[in-house]
Design a protein around this ligand. Sequence first.
Ligand SMILES: Cc1cc2nc3c(=O)[nH]c(=O)nc-3n(C[C@H](O)[C@H](O)[C@H](O)COP(=O)(O)OP(=O)(O)OC[C@H]3O[C@@H](n4cnc5c(N)ncnc54)[C@H](O)[C@@H]3O)c2cc1C
Ligand code: SF4
Length: 326
Amino acid sequence: MDPFRYERAADTAAAVATIDASPGAKFLGGGTNLVDLMRLGVERPDLLVDVTRLGGDTIDDIADGGLRIGAAVRNSDLAADPRVCTRYPMLAQSLLSGASGQLRNLATTGGNLLQRTRCPYFQDVTKPCNKREPGTGCPAREGEHRNLAILGHSQHCVATHPSDMAVALAALDASVHVVGPAGKRAIPVVDLHRLPGDEPERDTMLERGELIVAVELPALAFAERSAYRKVRERASFSFALVSVAAALDVADGIVHDARIAFGGLAHKPWRAFAAEEALRGEPAGEAAFAAAADAELTQAQPLRDNAYKVALAKATLVQTLLELLP
Ligand SMILES: Cc1cc2nc3c(=O)[nH]c(=O)nc-3n(C[C@H](O)[C@H](O)[C@H](O)COP(=O)(O)OP(=O)(O)OC[C@H]3O[C@@H](n4cnc5c(N)ncnc54)[C@H](O)[C@@H]3O)c2cc1C
Ligand code: SF4
């Protein structure tokens, strides 16, 4: 690992100013992804600015009945919060499906959102990779891509986004609040992460030096009936092949509303707007759920070895929705 300096920022403004003034610097949350990537030589910052002690470690009720989650709130604390467990069970379940207890005790809300892809070529500095070194190529396209994207990929990158929590936040219409050199702004989680296009090196819409300070969850009464289902190669310590975050509002056997997002299928959490639209007004049941999955997955462009994900995503969505029926 290259030598680096470590600083503890005094406040948000100082953290942003330090990163803005130091091109080789990075924010440090729990370090569970960034430090691993430094060990591998994938990330090589010369300065780490610790942002875990800036006061953003609380979960607060907000006026509309939603929650404001500080960026430094640990994944374990968020998953255990009684308001999250009752009002947004899909979020608690998504967190508990990720990593391990020890990692969740360290991992922060801000860092979780910005963790980087698990594409094996990205993590191996002896291999070319457009995301790590723009212009070097994408060996995954013709190589090992069984676990990679079927939606929204490009010639330049077929990686998937790894965060489970981000999938639930995308389904719940959460927004990310940031402070940067140009001031404050809020970004819907559905717009935070990018599709790769011809700039796969850019994971998100954040500008250099923007610090995530909080995530806001709007009130959504029917999210009390929600779930996160993750399919993976083994029961723990494994990233999603396919995951589904879903909330379902059914009355008198008719779907009034739904919120659905997929994980493990794209370079970003994939909000399934077409599936949601297909469900509204339909009789709640397997036929409508399967049709909704088809409406979304018609956009899929599987690679040579990952067509199984289309059927798996459909089955996972149908099963998740069936379990949410009253
Ligand atoms: C063995 C293993 C298994 C795992 N399994 C899963 C899994 O199944 N599902 C899953 O979702 N995750 C999994 N993870 C990943 C884990 O969830 C992430 O490593 C963790 O959430 C990252 O949070 P952190 O606070 O440690 O981030 P860090 O590693 O500190 O930072 C990650 C990135 O975010 C940036 N950053 C941090 N905080 C901020 C901020 N406030 N504003 C702006 N930028 C910031 C950093 O500069 C860095 O680029 C696993 C990790 C390991 C090691
Ligand atoms: S899929 Fe993306 S991250 Fe993986 S090798 Fe290709 S460019 Fe790199």
